[in-house]
Design a protein around this ligand. Sequence first.
Ligand code: EPZ
Length: 416
Amino acid sequence: MDKFYIKGGAKLDGEIEVYSAKNSVLALLAASILTDEKVVIHSCPKIGDVYSMIKILQYLGCKVEWQGDSIVIDSSQADKHDIPLQYGQEIRSSIFMLGSILARFKKAKAVFPGGCDIGLRPIDLHLKGLRELNVVVQEQGANIFCNGENARGKKIHLDFPSVGATENIMLASVLIKGKTTICNAAKEPEIVCLQDMLNKMGAKVSGAGTGMIEIEGVKKLSGTEFVPISDRIVAGTYIIAAAMTKGKVHIKNCRPNDLYSLTSKLNGVACDVLASDNDLLVKGYDRPQSVLTVETLPYPGFPTDLQAQMLALQTISQGTSVVVENIFETRFKHVGELIKMGAQIVVKDRYAIVRGVQKLYGCQVSAYDLRGGASLVLAGLVADGTTVVNNVRHIDRGYFQLEEALSSLGGCIKRV
Ligand code: EPZ
């Protein structure tokens, strides 16, 4: 079980390039089974969730191989339509496969994906959407059986702009007769990225990034090559790391507009942020001021996936901050670990009140989930002494060699 040893105090300095977004690549891998022609997805991170998704595709009969950092998928021999328990419960994004398997094979079997440490993670919106498309969905225990023989396009309203449910319905409807409209759709950049690849494959999808997505079903999709968008959450993690360590970091191949909800809060308060088309230059302040309130919301609101990292910054900022986690029920597991390091935080339901302290102190802490683990690494970079972060397998699910990236910027961190 790998750990990170981090010696605090170094100011990050240098430049770093951001790779493709985990939450794009996972959806694009699900989409690759919609065609029996070759699909190539470039600049993919070699991270846990991507490997898990590849295992599912290979189980279904797809040939999948890495060529450098590109993933080449040939689904021509795919002949299974079920996602077995061990894979389905390994990663949440296995549920996206439901829509694409249904579209390809007109039937599918999946399992309720495991909830993880951030919340219940229900899939009622996914199943409601599929039923609206006239898919027969039967829930038997942990199993979900779907029959899409008579599926057809429909106007669907999502009670919540769920990212996964939006993607699942998009994937399920690109190959069925008629027009599907998703109202109150998620607007995340990863949804636009999925639309772009589907259209490159011959689909007719429009409106992604707005609350209203329209899909005209087509008969067939062709193979394609595609470069996903860069990872806004990884980029946001680097921005916060630069601010926390009072460093100066040039972040390349990022999309500043995707991160405006973060940079607009930090610029002039915790750091200076200079943005160009695909780059950001972040210069940290000697004493960052607290950001009074941070509320996680669906895009373009502040991303829940940066809540833990932002909270870590607030622990050493001057003043008091209120962090509200509106998206997931239990996404404060990192708070107890930060308190061990000397942070002053009170949690009440979805609210965390953070009073900034001058100093954090290195100690043994444990990651309980992906982004919470990242927040502990950031805290370790500024803490007095050495911090040991246990269970880094959680971090490896969503960050490619985070310790290498931070070391390349002068951070004293190593994996043991
Ligand atoms: C995606 O998860 C991301 N994962 C998450 O990133 C991200 O935090 C989340 O979107 C929100 O942006 C991937 O893309 C693989 P949701 P998803 O459906 O699709 C409720 C990370 O760290 N909900 O938008 O599961 C749900 O309980 C991960 O990279 C229902 O109630 O998120 C939650 O409260 C973590 N019923 C809210 O919606 C449903 O059927 C947001 O969930 C579906 C969701």
